[in-house]
Design a protein around this ligand. Structure first.
Ligand code: ADP
Ligand code: MG
Ligand code: ZN
Length: 624
């Protein structure tokens, strides 16, 4: 392969001796002028796939990217390698813009980076046409799809590329395309007979764990402290969570922690990003805004303090861990209230793809609360086949989940109902039989006479369907055909005969059983108020067995949330972090004890005379 021009260019300009998986295929397609869709995990090396071929082409390549902040860096890096490149976006002065436009007309550049909103201008289209363009590389191509996690309206303008530049090839790149998004990209860009290249999403050096968060951020703080001196990212939903957690972690002098979110100034964010890259800071607490373009390969843990809003987000965020190939941990803390929070955020935003976003949120929640191998779920979600028996790198496969003690019995009850009704029905019907509903269809078939009829009348139907999901996730049951008829697998029979045990976890909320693709259900769910939703979720908020404290009751949980609000108000007023007022632990103790007087309040752990004097009254009022 000595005369391979691709390897030659990569070696000469970048100094890389080897190519990563799929890079050669992607570059060959580009050089042959074929359209292509390249799906590679974050860090897989997508940039090289459009940069190197551009050097071998006689006409320039236009790179469309939404990451304006990174364009300048990319162009500087290329220029440092003696590659003529430029960028056009809103950050340029008029003079600079004119200069770049002149360069485009003259054919000076090999690579031209542009922001998608440029395509709104007819002048810009004409400018490109005047210089002649050989190829378009669409980076972060999922932005064109509603089904991606980062839809951007400006990307839709790219649907004119093929019509206006029929001789230019178009190459789309993304890290997060599910099969649905993939189809969308191909369709919207009108790719012609594209080469579709999908990389390997299995990251065996990452271990995945999902844990129900039962003690506010205490769990998260503990997890970070246990990973001292290691580089990590902690993801939160809201800015104020970032501020709160950062302050909390910083109270431990041994931890070098910085917060990062979109509300900070550009300067402050750059400073944090640089400190992290330089190893002067170990832990970044961030909203989703952090990470596009961080170049640190030794991140040892990614902790989600709360549920992310989609599996796309989750995959991309956890994908930042362990890029050096050494072991790294991904820990997902979640609770039903996160689901409620996202739901209200998404519903409030009311964009044109609200329903899609809610469906993606549902899938994320099913992942967190389910009992299917986490690696397998992620890999298959991204359209890759899963052939391994076990991953040996997730809590489900290693048996590290808080399993219900009566799992096997419950599994046997469910499976015998499946068996006794002749393996001819879906989950909804089986649940009816198990809870003992005298519905017309049950009676018509005489299934109310079965010994399994009503054996699970103490459980809500939703729990039963959540468990059925878990049983299919573990391949004890399987679904067949259009009607999703349940059948017992060979492994399932072993459980039924008590030769093997089943593992089931407490279903989290009503949301667990929500079928993401069922629009009607999505809309019905949306019509519930957030309070209703949180009330239903809080009730089953059981702590995993290994935690010392028991769960709060439904009412206590509500009170706890109320007390957190009171704490937030006081902290805001005094301009101090929330934990200075009271820790979550103390608030929980308060919610349990419900003191009626200052004396009673003093008996609660974590409350001394000075705090009592400072905040006692406001909390007593809230409790009353
Ligand atoms: P992506 O866009 O797929 O997330 P990047 O294009 O930003 O990934 O590449 C990630 C890192 O990998 C960069 O630092 C890049 O220089 C490096 N890289 C890419 N290809 C190679 C290669 N063949 N050999 C060594 N390093 C590479
Ligand atoms: Mg990239
Ligand atoms: Zn697994």
């Amino acid at each position: 392969m000595h005369n391979d021009p691709i390897r030659e260019v990569v070696r000469r300009y970048w100094g890389y001796d080897a190519l990563r998986p799929l890079q050669h295929e992607a570059m060959s397609a580009a050089i042959a002028g074929e359209d292509a869709l390249v799906v590679m995990p974050t860090g897989g090396g997508k940039s090289l796939c459009y940069q190197a071929p551009a050097l071998l082409a006689d006409k320039p390549t236009v790179v469309v990217s939404p990451l304006i902040a990174l364009m300048k860096d990319q162009v500087d890096a290329l220029r440092a390698r003696d590659i003529p490149a430029a960028f056009l976006n809103s950050s340029l002065t008029i003079d600079d813009r004119r200069r770049v436009a002149g360069g485009i007309q003259d054919g000076t550049y090999k690579l031209i980076f542009v922001a998608p909103e440029r395509f709104a201008s007819e002048v810009f289209w004409n400018l490109l046409a005047s210089g002649g363009i050989g190829a378009f590389a669409i980076d972060e191509a999922h932005c064109i799809s509603h089904w991606g996690h980062d839809f951007r309206g400006d990307y839709r303008r790219l649907d004119q590329l093929k019509a206006r530049f029929p001789n230019a090839s178009v190459h789309a790149f993304t890290a997060t395309a599910t099969p649905r998004v993939r189809g969308d990209i191909i369709e919207q860009l009108h790719l012609r007979d594209p080469r579709v290249l999908v990389g390997d999403f299995f990251r065996p050096n990452l271990t995945y764990r999902a844990i129900k968060r039962s003690r506010g951020f205490d769990d998260v703080v503990e997890a970070v402290k246990a990973r001292r001196d290691r580089a990590g990212i902690v993801y939160c939903i809201r800015r104020r969570d970032v501020d709160e957690l950062t302050a909390w972690l910083r109270s431990d002098a041994g931890l070098r922690v910085e917060g990062y979110h979109a509300g900070m100034s550009d300067d402050a964010r750059t400073r944090v990003q640089d400190a992290f890259a330089a190893g002067e800071c170990d832990v970044i607490v961030a909203t989703v805004a952090f990470g596009m373009g961080i170049d640190r390969s030794d991140i040892r843990f990614v902790i989600h303090a709360a549920l992310p809003q989609s599996l796309e987000h989750y995959q991309q965020e956890t994908g930042r861990a362990g890029r050096d190939g050494a072991p790294a941990e991904c820990i997902l803390f979640h609770s039903g209230s996160d689901f409620g929070l996202w739901k209200s955020i998404i519903t409030k935003e009311a964009s044109e793809n609200t329903d899609d976003q809610l469906a993606m949120l549902g899938e994320m929640y099913t992942f967190a609360t389910g009992m299917s191998c986490r690696h397998r779920t992620l890999v298959t979600y991204f359209g890759q086949e899963w052939t391994r028996e076990s991953c040996d790198a997730c809590d489900v496969c290693t048996g590290d989940v808080a399993v219900m003690p009566d799992s096997t019995t419950i599994a046997q009850k469910i499976m015998s109902a499946v068996y006794r009704t002749g393996e001819r029905f879906g989950a909804a019907y089986i649940s009816e039989v198990l809870v003992g509903s005298f519905t017309e269809r049950v009676e018509a078939r005489g299934h109310n006479e079965l010994p399994t009829f009503g054996v699970m009348r103490d459980y809500p139907k939703k729990h039963i369907s959540a468990w059925i999901d878990q049983l299919t996730g573990q391949s004890l049951l399987e679904r067949e055909g259009e009607y999703r008829i349940l059948k017992i697998t060979r492994k399932g029979w072993q459980v039924l005969r008590s030769e093997e045990e089943a593992k089931l976890i407490e279903p989290a909320t009503s949301a667990t059983t929500k079928k993401p693709k069922n629009r009607a259900a999505t809309v019905r769910e949306r019509n519930k108020t957030r309070e209703q939703l949180e009330a239903t979720t809080a009730g089953s908020n059981k702590a995993p067995a290994r935690l010392p404290e028991g769960p709060l009751s439904l009412d206590d949980q509500e009170l706890f949330e109320k007390l957190r609000e009171v704490r937030r108000e006081i902290a805001d007023e005094m301009n101090v972090p929330a934990f200075v007022v009271f820790s979550d632990k103390t608030l929980r103790a308060l919610a349990r004890a419900k003191p009626k007087s200052e004396e009673e309040m003093l008996t609660v752990k974590g409350i001394g005379p000075s705090k009592l004097a400072a905040f006692g009254e406001q909390f007593l009022k809230a409790i009353a």
